[in-house]
Design a protein. Sequence first.
Length: 323
Amino acid sequence: MATESEPEAEGSLATPAHDRSASVGARSRAAIDSDPGGEAPDRTTVRHPAARVARSMLRDAGGRFGLAVVVILCALALLAPQIAPRDPFVIGADAPLAAPSGDHPFGTDELGRDVLSRTIFGARISLSVAFGSAAAALLVAVPLGLLAGYLGGHIDTVISRFLDTVFAFPAVLLGIGVVALLGTGIANVVVAVAIINIPTLGRLTRVAVLSQRSEQYVEAARSLGATDARVVARHVLPNVVPPLLVQTALVMADAVLLEAAFSFLGLGSRPPTPSWGTSLNSGRNFLSQAPWLGIFPGLAVTLTILGLNALGDSLRAALSHHR
């Protein structure tokens, strides 16, 4: 009887493994709940990747500067009629070539127009060209880069040679040729700037696709029967987006400079349309008499380019930190 009762005693004292783990988990949760200083998982620290990138950019001085410049410029462009103190098109409303004062913080031009108002309205032209040309370039360059990088072979050779050929032309000369062919105007400047930036974005997309094409997750998707279109759209393209975002900010900075250059040469916006490039062109004739005609539009171009470049650099650092 003693020998038969011993196994029963041992069996009564034994505890299954899943019961022990459940009891340990319950005790640990109770300890965490009872201890205010316990290391409980904080659900608020789990953020979306975009939120983490934005948080990293806000911690960076360059990122804050770039975001502030872009936000202020967008606000000025959208609310220009409400913000501008004067009508930028009215001629002879005040004394021509008046120095900066309380009534005219940036002075007046040779026709008596308020330079501050024309500078504010000029942000509309520059940002329109920047956003429009970047979007148009991405619409053409990304599909070309995806085809060249993913399919390879003769398609890659043809697309790469095309991009290299366009890239070989100097940017300003290529833009002048496109505008001379299509005609002057802001819409044609957008097309010219987009053509200039297609090779850069296309080659970047191709290189990014080549680095992702041989990854294990791509091979796994193929082995599960995913089509090439699905692999590219669902798996490859999301990993190509981060470097494209960084390059897009730099492309927009180049677009602002190119728009000012084309307008300065008389190929972009034409007077009396307020533009930073046309203001620089008219101000060069009065540098000794009224230097503010060129100083303030030039500062606007410089700050915009610095802000977009700082935003791109901060975005690159944030994305590389969270990859």
